[in-house]
Design a protein around this ligand. Structure first.
Ligand code: COA
Length: 331
């Protein structure tokens, strides 16, 4: 498969943060429990800024670093499950803020695997020649749908955005994206419906839990998601590596979705790789859904840790349930 070149990266993390101790003030939890069970110490929270605005800040940085003008972008792919509008898309809002006036924009919902899915789509546009420069913006205000009375979920999530400008490259590239939609009820957030005088029948949801769960709040079966993640992540990495034509051991770096450090540790163990071979920043940001991976990539790039010739593998999973990996050579 034709490869990709990362022209520029960006991120935006809100300055407000909440420590584990802050949560212990209103739910029955402790720094010790959260740290040992999840690896999270702090998470940042949007306060006075919207999802598309965080995405715009990350995108501006990515464009600056790429030295690409907004008008030179051929396609904007947004990933979010916590956008500010059902319509217009977050990508349209970001593109508008960037001053773009003639550009296709689309949002992609693959929950926390959104960035990996977006890269898969982007690579296909680049390989076909339909686009030369693509802006991917992943921005999430997960805290807008967190139930702050549920101690098992509220401590896990934070807000933030990551962005990347990509072009066609010469190195290898391979993806594997998949899903197990039978797990749809494991993580969900229901949207509201208007009060219509014409809608007289009670709709039937997939299961009674979905029927009764409050609108707008995230439900998560943490244990089942955990079990899914620790098998899906290594599976996706193995398949993507094989498609790239390398062994897992030849991958220089794994950049995993940051949901729980214990999930990452188990996945790395199953892959037979040491923890030093993966990048984790979950202690500071918690789970920022589809923004996790591009934020990691931005930090790695700014630290000069993405060197030409390196083979890296991004791997994510999330609501759906979906998962996927993208293995490629840095060029
Ligand atoms: N503080 C203190 N205790 C807590 C707690 C918290 N924040 N959250 C849950 N507990 C309690 C539970 O109530 C339970 O108590 P009980 O034994 O009295 O019933 C106990 O801790 C163990 O709960 P369990 O759910 O088995 O804990 P866990 O070690 O599996 O950790 C998660 C829970 C949610 C952190 C973990 O399952 C997880 O990370 N799952 C994956 C979530 C995920 O990846 N989501 C994002 C998808 S993109």
């Amino acid at each position: 498969m034709a490869g990709i070149t990362i022209l520029g990266c960006g991120m935006y993390i809100p300055s407000d943060l909440a420590t584990n101790e802050d949560f212990a003030k209103f739910v029955d939890t402790s720094d010790e429990w959260i740290t040992t069970r999840t690896g999270i110490k702090t998470r940042h929270m949007a306060n006075g800024i919207l999802t598309y605005q965080m995405g715009t800040e990350a995108a501006k940085q990515a464009l600056r670093e790429a030295d690409v003008a907004a008008g030179e972008i051929d396609l904007v792919i947004g990933t979010t499950v916590t956008g500010d509008f059902l319509t217009p898309s977050m990508s349209c809002m970001v593109a508008g803020e960037l001053g773009m006036t003639e550009v296709p924009c689309m949002d992609l919902n693959a929950a926390c695997a959104g960035f990996v899915y977006a890269l898969d789509v982007a690579q296909k546009y680049l390989a076909s020649g339909d686009a030369k420069r693509i802006l991917i913006v992943s921005s999430e205000m997960v805290t807008r749908m967190v139930d702050y009375t549920d101690r098992s979920t509220c401590v896990l999530f934070g807000d933030g955005a990551g962005a990347m400008v990509v072009a066609k490259g010469e190195g290898g590239f391979a993806t594997y994206i998949s899903g197990d939609p039978s797990g749809a009820e494991k993580i969900f957030t229901k949207l509201s419906m208007s009060d219509s005088p014409f809608r007289t029948k009670t709709p039937q949801w997939k299961n009674p839990l979905m029927q009764d769960y409050p609108l707008g709040l995230m439900y998560m079966d943490g244990n089942d998601v955990y079990k899914f993640a620790v098998s899906a992540m290594p599976r996706a990495v193995e398949i993507a590596a094989k498609r790239l034509g390398v062994t897992v051991n030849q991958l220089d770096l794994i950049v995993p979705h940051q949901a729980n450090v214990r999930i990452v540790q188990t996945a790395m163990k199953k892959l037979g790789l040491p923890m030093e071979r993966c990048y984790c920043n979950i202690d500071e940001y918690g789970n920022t859904s589809s923004a996790c991976i591009p934020v990691c990539l931005n930090e790695l790039r700014q630290a000069g840790r993405l060197k030409p010739g390196m083979k890296i593998c991004l791997v994510g999973f999330g609501a759906g349930l979906v998962y996927g990996a993208a293995a490629f050579e840095i060029c």
